[in-house]
Design a protein around this ligand. Structure first.
Ligand code: FES
Length: 90
């Protein structure tokens, strides 16, 4: 299991390791805005306050999009992330 906390929303949920962050957001009402859902638009950009190491490695598509956007090292695209352990999202 993995505990995922959305700090801004005051939501904390336990999910099976290997769950897509996008599905967690959809199912629990986190205020992350999705648009393309394929890692191309940055609308789902999230800042990871802790547990970055518990998230799936970046896909090539996510890397390209984040580099183009100038994202910080602790920012990920929620639509591309699989949660493998505890994490805190801003
Ligand atoms: S919804 Fe477009 S990058 Fe995630």
């Amino acid at each position: 299991m993995a505990k995922v906390e959305f700090k801004k929303d005051g939501i904390s949920v336990d999910v099976p390791a290997g769950t897509a962050l996008m599905n967690i957001c959809d199912e629990h009402g986190a205020s992350v805005a999705f648009s393309c859902r394929v890692g191309a638009c940055t609308s789902c950009l999230v800042t990871v306050l802790s547990g970055l190491e518990n998230l799936s490695p970046m896909t090539e598509q996510e890397k390209i999009t984040l580099e183009g956007f100038g994202a910080k090292p602790n920012q990920r695209l929620a639509c591309q992330v699989v949660v493998n352990g505890d994490c805190v999202i801003e």
